[in-house]
Design a protein around this ligand. Structure first.
Ligand SMILES: [Zn+2]
Length: 165
């Protein structure tokens, strides 16, 4: 199943991996109250992942959260936690990998590199002009540009073993 997730704030590394995998993931902001976090998860039908007993308890003791799906894990190793989510049914199909902004969780838009040449660093520009790279993506939220290359490849490598076959 394709899940939408809301991840508690101490799980930023898990959230980043999920975002690289293309899973719609909201990371709780610093200073965001538990109830605001849970309200958002409820409103957007997100599965909550937390290691905090307090977050879990509030979700169970508050009537309006009775339909919230929440996973409390004692696992603090975030790679193992990701494996656990997969065991519970989270799907991470390869075609979603690297389709989402890792900063603001919006789906990236594929664009013509020709239109963005002036915004690219010189060495990146050359790769496109020489035809080595052909694909370019932009985040419609924060405007970050995602180009092919080593950073892109290393993001892919960091999640490769978690991609569902
Ligand atoms: Zn963005």
């Amino acid at each position: 199943m394709i899940w939408k997730l809301a991840v508690d704030k101490n799980l930023a590394r898990l959230a980043r991996k999920l975002l690289i995998l293309g899973v719609d993931t909201y990371l709780r902001r610093d200073g965001e109250r538990v109830t605001d976090f849970l309200d958002k998860a409820l409103r957007e039908d997100r599965v909550v992942v937390t290691t905090s007993k307090q977050t879990y308890r509030i979700s169970k003791e508050t009537k309006r959260y009775k339909n919230i799906k929440i996973i409390l894990s004692r696992e603090r190793n975030q790679e193992l936690l990701l494996e656990k989510l997969k065991d519970l049914g989270l799907e991470t199909p390869w075609h979603l990998t690297l389709t989402r902004c890792t900063v603001c969780n919006l789906p990236l838009k594929k664009v013509n590199w020709q239109d963005y040449l002036d915004l690219l660093p010189e060495h990146v520009k050359l790769r496109y002009l020489r035809g080595t790279w052909r694909e370019l993506w932009i985040c419609p939220g924060c405007g970050r540009i995602y180009w092919s290359g080593s950073h892109y490849r290393s993001m892919f490598e960091s999640v490769k073993k978690f991609i569902s076959s």
